[in-house]
Design a protein around this ligand. Structure first.
Ligand code: ASP
Ligand code: MG
Length: 418
């Protein structure tokens, strides 16, 4: 059985008319002879609306009991999309069945609001496909060992799609969104940004981690691990979109030492810890146990009398981070400062570690615009800097120009046809 997984984001399902469009795509795929699995997100901004509603009752205090109830609430957004989409497909004359994450056999480990898919039992999906149905699965969710619903983190429906594609051994995994592919920078900020015909999966993983919203970063990691090619396409306009796959050696040679994209992350805060004793290992292991990702980690050296450490984290994780630090810090007679007025700007490309001039050019280009880079970190695939939030959009635009990304995107295009 040739299986195709098609994922549709919230904006693709935001109105009745758009749901019909998605239903038509699914019916067409089904009629072309492929067993079709749809993964859907909550409609439009409904996840944000549910979160805002929850805020009226949850307060700011971080607690596991609150996050459990928030997950119970959030999963409903995707369930609504799935049921409506299945009804629309059925009306087009193609049998369709919607399934929640639990009904689709998706098991999740980890905490509420940040679950990780641990296994999928695709038996029910396969039976429904074999019986000739289109199967519409609610993205972004699964059940844990207690049978509770757990969500996969914002944007997590992409990860549902990739995990299902892997579990079903699908021939294609198509991610439909509101832009026609992966861009050299967010096109809403940089109008001259160009769609890229392909992106190496490792660079895509780096871009997603550095804030590119187009794909959930764990979806890309999973695709890399399973050797699964993804295609990012617009659900509004025809076009080839972007292929995300493990680049051939030739493509890698060409892009070695080149910046391919500028990514920004405004969902970020900077945390500074000061204490009388060294807490680095304790703090990092406590954050690790709670699966809280941090970036740009720096710490004072052993010869200084005071211990200082800094890192960036997601804004939404700050209450939990403060709870974790609240246990360690008072004992060490220390203090914590959180700076929420920051942005993380990243250059993404191959072989950047061998090119320190990129970091230098980044700093001086931003300085010429009056933008001061506080922290900076470099790796093989990424140079990231922390700046003031208010300068975020301008920083992305000037770096995009400085690194000639319009031309780089055109060159990448000619490479695919070469
Ligand atoms: N609806 C969820 C969100 O807004 C999941 C997703 O869209 O992938 O984050
Ligand atoms: Mg998304």
């Amino acid at each position: 059985m040739d299986i195709v997984v098609q994922k549709f984001g919230g904006s693709s399902l935001a109105s009745v008319e758009r749901i019909w469009r998605v239903a038509n795509y699914a019916a067409e795929t089904h009629r072309s002879g492929s067993a079709t699995v749809l993964v859907v997100s909550a409609r439009g901004d409904s996840t944000d609306e549910l979160l805002e509603l929850a805020g009226a009752f949850s307060g700011d205090q971080f607690s596991d009991r609150t996050t459990r109830e928030i997950d119970q609430l959030l999963v409903t957004g995707e369930v609504v999309s799935a049921a409506l989409t299945a009804m629309a497909i059925e009306r087009l004359g193609v049998p369709a069945v919607s399934l929640t994450g639990a009904q689709a056999g998706i098991e999740v480990a980890g905490k509420y609001g940040g679950g990780v898919i641990s296994s999928i039992d695709p038996k029910r999906i396969v039976e429904l496909l074999e019986a000739g149905n289109v199967v519409v699965v609610s993205g972004f969710q699964g059940t844990n060992a207690e049978g509770d619903m757990v969500t996969l983190g914002r944007g997590g429906s992409d990860t549902t799609a990739v995990a299902l594609a892997a579990a079903l051994d699908a021939s294609r995994c198509l991610i439909y969104t509101d832009v026609d592919g992966v861009y050299t920078a967010d096109p809403r900020i940089v109008p001259t940004a160009r769609p890229m015909p392909f992106v190496d999966v490792r660079l895509m993983a780096e871009m997603a981690f550095a804030g590119a919203k187009v794909l959930h970063s764990r979806a890309v990691e999973l695709a890399a691990m399973r050797g699964m090619e993804l295609q990012v396409l617009s659900s509004f306009a025809p076009g080839a979109g972007t292929r995300v796959f493990e680049g051939s050696n030739d493509a890698m040679l060409e892009s070695d030492g080149a910046v391919v994209a500028v990514t920004h992350d405004f969902d970020v805060a900077r945390v500074l810890v000061q204490a009388r004793k060294d807490l680095a290992a304790d703090i990092l292991s406590a954050l690790g146990r709670r699966s809280i990702p941090v970036d740009l980690v720096a710490r004072s050296g052993p010869s200084e009398d005071e211990f200082r450490m800094g890192f960036t984290a997601r804004l939404g994780d700050i209450p939990e981070i403060l709870a974790v630090l609240g246990e360690a810090i008072p004992e060490a007679d220390g203090q914590v400062r959180v700076d929420r007025d920051v942005a993380k700007i990243s250059l993404v490309g191959m072989g950047l570690l061998n090119r320190p001039e990129y970091a230098a050019r980044m700093i001086s280009t931003l300085a010429a615009e009056g933008i001061f880079t506080t922290w900076i970190s470099t790796s093989q695939l990424r140079v990231s800097a922390v700046i003031e939030r208010g300068h975020g959009a301008n920083a992305v635009a000037v770096l995009h120009r400085e690194f000639d990304l319009e031309r780089a995107a055109a060159a990448a295009g000619s490479m695919t046809t070469a």
